[in-house]
Design a protein around this ligand. Structure first.
Ligand code: SF4
Length: 483
């Protein structure tokens, strides 16, 4: 929690929402929502905030930090995405889910001489490892492993008839996966001790013998290659993209190796070339055409000079639409944003990782505050957040910790409290005073983008940036005082 700006920490303290422990806050909210316990919606919602903050500034952030320590902090990497990354003459193995340990081991095991020899014997040219959902983001960010697709493409990947084996662990695995796999020769392997799927083979992954498990899984995939039937169809669509924009990388790209800083970003927001920053994250949702919410919203934002930070399935949607290439700046952005992106050599939409990496966005926002010139809290920044196609329950927790960090956050598709004017009014209006960040619901992605732009403009006005004038950036002494 101490990584947050001081003013934000004070707000949490005043409201009594500073988390006391990650598990403790989860258990506490489960008890409070049990029949007959907490009966004041405002009081329950304060605990949801404490629980969500424990997720964003605790669980997710620790997880991202530990992964960076174990597997390396991501740096920009060229990758490709869409079902066209599958290869007809290769053994195709898809890693699907969220945990990075098995995918990391598969990347190592694929180079094993014994596995290579076995693959050669099977008649395949090689093993083609591809990712799905956030496992894909993890191995893309660190190894450039291709992504077969995001949430709504998991069954479609199997329908190509070209996938020998798919591993799954936790979260976002569709209930129909095994039934689809049975229509083809695909082996579905569940690997987490927390989740089994009826009909799927279960090979539990434990780090202490992780490499052996990875080799066993690859052997099964290779041995399954001759069972492939003749009904193979791989769509030819795939798109190059650049991913791997961790907070550290953005810092370096903007400031250089000796003076890594967010100063150029802040300066370009102050001089108006960049209007503001938006975090657009989250799932696919079957209530809306695949990826349309993300792409429509993000194109509208960058057209209006708002730079976009993205994670999860939203990031993969951007990859497929060609928004994660430096060339996209000229093609899709407003002239101010395009100028900055071309000068630095970055896309107008920065892929920051998987859903757990939303904490990287919090750290980037904090770095902007600490750099100076844009207020002294995240709520002062010309910034907004959105999840236009959210679906998973954890998206609500993620949205809540963004709101609790001072970010105006818009969700699309559906909103769970519309049955209560009181609760909805509290989240959409009272939160502005209480947390200096609030929720909004707007299913139309263009209208939602304009709600975000209006908010960004109101913050620019509050900072005096609607008038053309020079602002003083903080010097070292002023920054130390804020740290
Ligand atoms: S963004 Fe949503 S759908 Fe996609 S992997 Fe994460 S939780 Fe699942």
């Amino acid at each position: 929690m101490k990584k947050a700006p001081l003013k934000r920490q004070e707000i949490w303290k005043r409201l009594g929402v500073t988390p006391r422990g990650i598990d403790r806050e989860i258990v506490e909210i489960m008890h409070r929502t049990h029949m007959g316990v907490d009966q004041d919606y405002r009081h329950i919602l304060l605990q949801t905030m404490r629980c969500a903050l424990a997720d964003g500034w605790g669980g997710s952030m620790i997880s991202t930090d530990l992964q960076d320590i174990m597997f390396g902090t991501p740096v920009p990497v060229l990758g490709s995405i869409n079902l066209g990354v599958l290869k007809e003459d290769h053994v195709n193995v898809i890693v699907h889910g969220h945990e990075p340990l098995l995918p990391e081991m598969l990347v190592v095991a694929i180079r094993d001489p014994e596995i290579k020899a076995l693959t050669e014997k099977s008649g395949a040219v090689g093993i083609n490892l591809a990712g799905m959902c956030c496992s894909a983001n993890e191995v893309l960010m660190r190894h450039g492993i291709p992504c077969a697709g995001n949430f709504l493409q998991q069954e479609l990947a199997l329908v190509t008839g070209a996938v020998e084996l798919m591993t799954v662990d936790v979260q976002c695995q569709m209930q129909g996966l095994q039934s689809v796999a049975e229509c083809f020769h695909t082996k579905l392997i569940s690997t987490s001790d927390r989740a089994k799927i009826e009909g799927a083979e279960h090979i539990e992954f434990h780090p202490e013998n992780g490499l052996d498990t990875a080799k066993r899984i690859l052997r099964m995939a290779v041995e399954n290659y001759p069972n492939r039937r003749h009904n193979v169809y791989i769509p030819s669509y795939s798109q190059d993209m650049v991913a791997g924009f961790s907070h550290e990388t953005i810092n370096y790209l903007l400031g250089g190796i000796f003076r890594a800083s967010y100063k150029p970003l802040n300066e370009n927001i102050i001089n108006g070339r960049i209007r503001g920053v938006a975090g657009v994250v989250g799932c696919n949702n079957i209530r809306m055409p695949h990826d349309v919410g993300h792409i429509t919203m993000i194109k509208e934002l960058i057209k209006n000079d708002v730079i976009v930070l993205t994670t999860g399935c939203a990031a993969m949607a951007c990859g497929k639409a060609g928004l994660l290439t430096p060339e996209a700046a000229r093609e899709f952005s407003g002239s101010g944003l395009a100028e900055v992106c071309e000068a630095v050599g970055i896309p107008p939409v920065l892929h920051m990782g998987s859903c757990v990496d939303n904490s990287r966005i919090l750290i980037a926002a904090t770095a902007m505050v600490k750099e100076g010139g844009l207020g002294d809290d995240i709520s002062d920044l010309p910034a907004a957040g959105a999840a236009p196609e959210w679906m998973s329950e954890k998206a609500i927790a993620i949205g809540q910790y963004f709101v609790g960090s001072g970010v105006f956050t818009v969700f699309g598709t559906t909103w769970p409290t519309l049955g209560s004017d009181k609760v909805t009014g509290h989240l959409f209006n009272d939160y502005k005073e209480l947390h200096k960040g609030m929720w909004a619901f707007e299913p139309d992605p263009v209208k939602a983008a304009h709600l975000m732009i209006e908010h960004i403009d109101s913050k620019r006005k509050a900072l005096g940036l609607d008038k053309a004038r020079e602002r003083v950036l903080f010097d070292m002494a002023m920054r130390r005082a804020m740290a």
